[in-house]
Design a protein around this ligand. Sequence first.
Ligand SMILES: [Zn+2]
Length: 407
Amino acid sequence: MLLKRITLLSVSLGLLILCACSSSQGTYLEQAKKIHKEILTLDSHTDTPLMLGRRGLDLGVHNDPHEGGGKLDFPRMKEGGLDAAFFAVFLGQGEETPEAFEVAQQRARSIFESIYEVLDEYPEMAELALSPDDAYRLKEEGKRAIYLGLENAYPLGNDIAMVEKYYEKGARYITLSHTRNNHVSDSSNDPDGPVHDGLSAFGKEVVKEMNRLGMMIDISHISDKAFYDVMEISNAPVIASHSNARSVHNDPRNLNDDMLLALAENGGVVQLCFLYVTQLPPNPPRDSARTALREKYNNFQGLSDEEMENARADWYAIDRDFPSQLPTVADLVDHVDHIVNLIGIDYVGIGSDFDGGGQLEDCYDVTEMPNITAELLKRGYSKEDIEKIWSGNFMRVFREAQNLREV
Ligand SMILES: [Zn+2]
């Protein structure tokens, strides 16, 4: 009888603890959703334009992320309490001949056009944003703010005047390189190693021109040496639109502590990415399927809209057939903790890389963004800290870059 009572007691105690835990988790999430209504939230890097194109995704409707619906659309941004997002106009690195540059510039133009088109189609839901103030105004109006950034300086070609052309098209940052070296900068990931020992001579000119225009310089993807070259040349604070801390996850795409200290000194900001978060268990069948896919589609270079659509369908099929374990929100927030401990609360933000491979187990699409805020609350971050992380820090850099505009 006594035993039975003790068992009953421990069961009910256990249940009580379980309830307490899940209800405090629930409270954090409820609190998080409330905070998202009150502060401006911004994601500084998504590759959602890759989902557009002739027969691409309709951003005006609620899509299913598990059925090829991508990571965000306007209704889901609203549901997830995300007010503003940068859409990357992304071009993979190709040949550096006048003809290839011309093709890349045409491709960039058509990506800008496809974004303007979708924004024209849904003026009641979203608008092109060009300055920090725009996002705050649009939040008041209940609309999403869509900013533009150019990912990879490749389509500048050799013409410095193209920097201003892209600024005029709405781009407010340029990521100097992608995963291969280009004529502007060495990349952190080029298998052949550096070719310029940092920035090229043209790359240094590009940085100065971006300063003159008040355009943010994005140091994500560039080599460590190129990062230090930017630190030396730029007269404005810079961004890493989607990178993490190398001390937490050792990957050349992430910033080491010395770089983070230099970034704080520069007054810049690192926007945490949902890729390069943690070491995941190996998954050889998935890796070889992805490698075969890249080969089949020429590393996604020079594809027609139809080929791009097929490539996308095959990419999702791999996700379905060989699912990978994903990092969690808690793993991501470990990067926040590390950076805040090292350089303080003023230099960190969020740049998911949604639709460019970024995804977390419990932040699989934009509707789950409040889970990040709930984890921050759980770890003791204040609403003021959370506002800095979700937009304040990034907007400070954006404003400073624009204030230094000399035209
Ligand atoms: Zn990227």
